[in-house]
Design a protein around this ligand. Structure first.
Ligand code: NAP
Length: 516
């Protein structure tokens, strides 16, 4: 099989009028079509449910994006059992090429419908145009990359030879993989985890996040259009609190691929480790969790550039990225200047419905809105100073981008994940102190440094304990195949999505020796 080498999709240039116009048209088309309903997909059949999940536009109060069926425990159980049957009887024996071709075709369909998918996220997730475009592009990248990775990993692998024998190593799929994505990269992470499971020959049981089910339903339709057997991809939206345990606990569940909060990740880890009746394997888990990510600015940095990169990393998608810059650690000599520039730039950011092309949209829902506002108060209660933001705007879950200065490393807003547009600015006495503050949380996802000092850059490489480290640039925006993604400590199992080791986590190796 011959395909072009992998290449990142890249972001669309919306300063070109034709591209901006095409996005405008996609927004109109998507808006006119909102309000559709998707049933569950179990055992290859569309299945009705008693209840529904309604997805709302976070930037427009009460505006319905669509509805999906809401699975109950019995349906979640049936989903695992039917997926297992199809896997055992058919799917596990399909070739790597067969499965990769479905991904390549799905990627081509997504590319043709790119703005439409992005516009859907502008409504369902309040993603601004560049953020939504980046999400869709990353999803396409995952499909293209994992398709090629499976071609590399399929077939027989060379091992050292042994006299009078033929020895080889092959990778086999595991079985049923329960895929539980978060809402914040509702296309990219959802599609990446789902297709990694499928292309490696597992059946995927997808339970999308309850605040992002419509983009997931649309993606499942694309997979089906691309030729994915409907029995291989099971779609069971449902409340994580209600059906999550059922799916994780089922003895026929072989693996759980999860991305989300630390609390739920740890819960899954614990439950998956328990042996249930009739279970004959140790369940495997991928648990990618939260972050409390820092950017260090040392005394040799260009303050203007440092402030620019900090602001980009802090407020992209309203700070609702696991990689978001939530702590800015500045060495004392530059502290006042960098803070001044950060506040100046933050005040210029606009907050509005993505239809009006602002810098930021609303945060995901009422619960997030309350939590973020609570943390803005904690920041001040603990002794920080509100430099700008903190305010809200009517009509949706809008929160202004917020800068809190004078934060100490032990303050709640310097330790706990807020997942919103709040930047804590911390003063470091010297570089030694900055390194200590940087590593002083339970997380270890992303982080970086802005510096012109080679010794500091090298030290950051060695000592900054994070899975994704960025030198002299913003700390968000990892690219599939270029910056494999995953974190240390309480940020997760460091599975490195979009990297060369990822697909092997969904498979097991079989060494075969034949004596002649
Ligand atoms: P979350 O609340 O943990 O939810 C994640 C998923 O878990 C959702 O599909 C949720 O379903 C489901 N869930 C909830 N309770 C469950 C249970 N008892 N058993 C099984 N599944 C359950 O996280 P989130 O708010 O969607 O996402 C934000 C978090 O994800 C942040 O902490 C962020 O840092 C992290 N994140 C990490 C990465 C990374 O690569 N490390 C990437 C993106 C996001 P419902 O929606 O129905 O509750």
């Amino acid at each position: 099989m011959s395909v072009m080498p992998y290449k990142n999709e890249g972001s669309e240039d919306f300063s070109i009028e034709a591209n901006a116009k095409a996005y405008d048209e996609a927004m109109k088309k998507v808006k006119a079509g909102l309000g559709q309903h998707w049933d569950l997909l179990i055992g290859g059949e569309r299945v009705k449910s008693d209840k529904v999940i309604t997805s709302y536009d976070p930037s427009r109060e009460g505006f319905v994006v669509g509805t999906v069926g809401k699975a109950n425990k019995e349906q979640a159980t049936e989903a695992i059992e039917k997926a297992y049957k199809f896997w055992k009887e058919y799917w596990r024996f399909t070739s790597a090429e067969f499965r990769a071709r479905i991904l390549f075709r799905a990627a081509a369909i997504m590319r043709r419908r790119k703005h439409e998918l992005s516009a859907l996220m502008s409504y369902e997730e309040a993603k601004t145009r560049p953020e939504a475009d980046g999400d869709t592009a990353e999803a396409i990248d995952f499909l293209e990359y994992y398709g090629r990775e499976m071609l590399r990993l399929g077939g027989e692998h060379e091992v050292y030879p042994w006299p009078d024998e033929d020895n080889t190593l092959v990778y086999e799929p595991l079985g049923v993989v329960v895929v539980i994505p978060p809402w914040n990269f509702p296309c990219a992470i959802m599609a990446g985890m789902t297709t990694a499971a499928l292309v490696t020959g597992n059946c995927a049981v997808l339970k999308p996040a309850s605040t992002a089910p419509i983009i997931a339903a649309t993606f499942v339709d694309i997979l089906l259009e691309a030729g994915m057997p409907p029995q291989a991809i099971t779609f069971v939206p449902g409340s994580g609190g209600e059906v999550g345990d059922t799916m994780v606990d089922h003895p026929l569940t072989r693996m759980i691929a999860f991305t989300g909060s630390k609390e739920i990740g740890l819960r899954i880890q614990e439950r998956a480790s328990k042996l249930n009746e009739s279970q004959i394997w140790i369940k495997r888990t991928i648990l990618e969790m939260g972050g409390k990510d820092s950017l260090v600015v040392d005394a040799t940095a260009d303050p203007e550039y440092a402030a620019e990169e900090a602001v980009k990393g802090a407020y992209g998608f309203q700070g609702q990225k696991c990689s978001a810059c939530s702590r800015l650690i500045v060495e004392e000599p530059l502290y006042d200047e960098v803070l001044r520039l950060v506040v100046e730039k933050t005040k210029k950011l606009t907050v509005d419905h993505p239809e009006n092309y602002p810098d930021m949209g609303a945060v995901i829902d009422g619960a997030a809105y309350e939590k973020i506002r609570e943390y803005i108060q904690f920041g001040q209660d603990d002794g920080g100073k509100l430099e700008c933001g903190g305010g809200v705007k009517e009509g949706g879950w809008f929160i202004e981008p917020t800068v809190i200065s004078g934060v100490e490393p032990n303050h709640r807003i310097a330790q706990e994940e807020i997942f919103g547009p709040v930047l804590a600015v911390i003063k470091a006495r010297d570089f030694e102190h900055a390194v200590e503050i940087f590593n002083g949380t339970e997380y270890g996802l992303t982080g970086g440094i802005i510096s012109n000092n080679r010794e500091h850059l090298e030290r950051a490489r060695r000592e900054f304990h994070v899975g994704n480290l960025y030198l002299n640039r913003k700390i968000t925006g990892s690219l599939v195949g270029v910056q494999p993604f995953g974190g240390f400590n309480m940020s997760g199992t460091d599975s490195k999505a979009g990297g060369p080791d990822y697909l092997q986590l969904f498979m097991q190796g079989k060494a075969i020796a034949e004596r002649f």
